[in-house]
Every structure is written in C-alpha cells, then in structure tokens.
Design a protein. Sequence first.
Length: 326
Amino acid sequence: MRQYNPSKRVLVTGGAGFLGSHLCERLLNEGHDVLCVDNFFTGTRHNVEHLLAHPRFELMRHDVTFPLYVEVDEIFNLACPASPIHYQHDPVQTTKTSVHGAINMLGLAKRVRAKILQASTSEVYGDPEIHPQVEQYWGRVNPIGLRSCYDEGKRCAETLFFDYHRQHKLRIKVARIFNTYGPRMHVNDGRVVSNFIVQALRGQDITIYGDGSQTRSFCYVDDLIEAMLRLMGTGDDVTGPINIGNPGEFSMLELARKVIELTGSRSKLVFMPLPADDPKQRRPDISLAREHLDGWQPKTQLDQGLANTVAYFDALLSRDATVLEF
Ligand code: NAD
Ligand code: UDP
Ligand code: UDP
C-alpha cells in the first residue's frame, strides 16, 4: 500500500467544520503540521478545541474568498457550507466561497507548488438520470435554482482545478463526496441525519420532506476521511474526480425508522413540502475509488454509524443547555 508521506505542512480550509475537524485530527495523529483556516460560518472553535494545545496545530480565522499567503506542502480545500439551509442563507457568498476560494487556494498551491485536494460533491450530478452515479456522468443541474449556488459553485471549482492542472501543471485531486454523517455535525446543521437524530432525542416530530421516498447513500465520517487521505497520497497521475461514499442506498423513510428504532423515541413522522430541486436518488459507483485508493471501501454500516452518532448527540444534548449555542 502506498504510504501517506509523513511530516508535511498541511493546510485544511474549512478545518473547523464537521469533516474538517476530523481531518485535522487524523493529520495530527499521523505526525503532520496542520494549519486550520476557517471563517466560522458553519464551523466552530469548539470542534477543534481539543486540538488547540497540540504543538503542531494552528488555527487561523480567515475567509478563503480573500488571498492567503502561507507556506505549506499540501492543501485540503473544504471551506464551504454544505447544508442546504446554510448554503442558501447567503447564496452569493456560497458561490464566492467555492469559486474565489478555489482561485485563491489554487493560486497559493501554484506559488508554493503544493499538492491540492478539492472537496467536491455528489451535487455536481444534480438530479441524476444515471443510477448509480459514475464519474463520467456530466450531471443534470439547474443553473438558476436555489441549490445552484452550491452545485454550480462546486462545478466551477472543479473546472478551475482541471484548468490549473492543465495550464500550470498543478498536482490536483478532486473528491466527489456523497452524503457523509457522524459525530460533530452541528446540532442545527439542517442535514437529514442530524435533524432526525436530534428530533428523535428531543421527542420532537421527525420532519420528512416530500413523501420520504427519495434516496441517499450515507457514508460514515471515518471512512470518508480515510479515503481523502489515501487520495492525497496517490501518485500525480491520479487527479480524479473520484466518487467517495457508501453505496448503501436508503429512502428518507427508512432512515427515519432506523433512527426511531435506535433512539427508542416516540417521535411521530410529519410530512413537509419537498424543497425545490431536491434530487430523487443518489448512490455512488465507487469502482474508481476501489481501484485507485488501494481497495478502499467503507467499513461502517449505517446502523453502526448511526449508533455512534446518536451516542454523540445524546451526550451533547444531555450536557448543559449552553452547548446548543455552538
Ligand atoms: P461544514 O459546514 O461543517 O464545514 C464547512 C466549513 O467551512 C465550516 O467550518 C465553515 O465555517 C467553513 N467555511 C465556510 N465558508 C468559508 C469561507 N468563505 N472561508 C473559510 N471557511 C469557510 O460542512 P462539512 O460537511 O464539514 O463539509 C466540508 C466540505 O465537504 C464542504 O466543502 C462540502 O461542500 C464538502 N462536502 C461535504 C459533504 C457531506 O455530506 N458532509 C458532502 C459533499 C461535499
Ligand atoms: N493567491 C493567494 N495566495 C498565494 C498566491 C496567490 O491567495 O500565495 C491568490 C491571489 O489572490 C490570486 C489568486 O490566488 O488572485 C490566483 O493566483 P494566480 O497566480 O493563479 O493568478 P494571478 O495572481 O496571476 O491573478
Ligand atoms: N430531508 C428530510 N428532512 C429533513 C432534512 C432533509 O426529509 O429534516 C431530506 C431532504 O429533502 C433530502 C434528503 O433528506 O431529500 C437529504 O437532505 P440533506 O440536506 O441531508 O442532503 P442533500 O439534499 O444535500 O443530499
């Protein structure tokens, strides 16, 4: 197996967010110097509080839509709100974050000759006609809808990555991440797994958008981080885009029932309008990941991952109420 080269200076943008904080932790555990850059829009200091005392960890408040001059060997570009309610809160800023953020991080990578990985998304496939989704599929995205700031921003970021690769010979890696969940999602994140778990634990109604027949494939955070590290460690010929996700596919109704069972909750299901352009189905074809990431495949089944996440939120919600302000 190809080893991830030790002792690098690694920049993680969006490092105080859900995925970023797990990534920073793993990188520190592997002996790297980690510079975590975040504007705390959806991420929090709390997510990385346990890393602050680490001698190789540095936290910088910075918005990636502005230039950043630092000296690093590798860049993981994760900065961007990922939950629809948050990325739609200020859609112009969301596009700026994806596009100007990518330009700045690519400019930085170009100046210091760093390797750079983009956290892209399954949303580049939009509401797909091809199922499961393979990397060759170009997607079906509405360019002017409520989700476009995120979807098209991420698509443009991919374009920029490949143009910097072709034009400036940058070493790039593009990961198309499918729905990922786990501990350290924000209580008010708004995505389906945290919503259902928090609602179930509080005994509130579980909000199903539409009739709940739409599907998603949920990847546990540890599996995702492992794949991202392996992708960064691949040879320069591997640029991606590569799907990373768990091919297990579930409807939102199935997910709600699992959460109710796991929490023993008496919450009722309530049905609410389906948001505009909500994709009907989503499942990754991960053949390419298996091939290029040393046989990587997700290890954590949904039931186990949900149990871990329920335990996390249960502990969080049982602590004093101020924790909900994070
Ligand atoms: P998150 O919202 O928890 O994390 C995003 C982080 O980026 C936050 O800490 C936020 O404060 C920071 N950020 C936002 N705008 C910024 C800016 N302009 N400058 C600096 N920092 C900024 O979301 P997440 O789930 O951890 O997602 C991380 C990345 O992975 C995102 O790029 C997202 O698009 C991508 N992704 C995530 C998933 C998933 O299911 N979790 C799926 C596909 C893609
Ligand atoms: N940039 C940055 N840090 C650096 C180098 C560049 O943030 O260390 C930004 C800079 O703001 C620039 C952008 O990256 O606008 C793109 O850089 P590039 O060199 O590709 O373009 P140029 O500087 O020629 O516009
Ligand atoms: N969803 C839901 N109830 C919620 C939150 C989301 O039924 O409280 C649905 C949403 O409409 C979508 C799916 O769950 O069909 C996944 O939503 P999420 O926001 O987690 O991710 P995305 O739509 O970006 O894949």
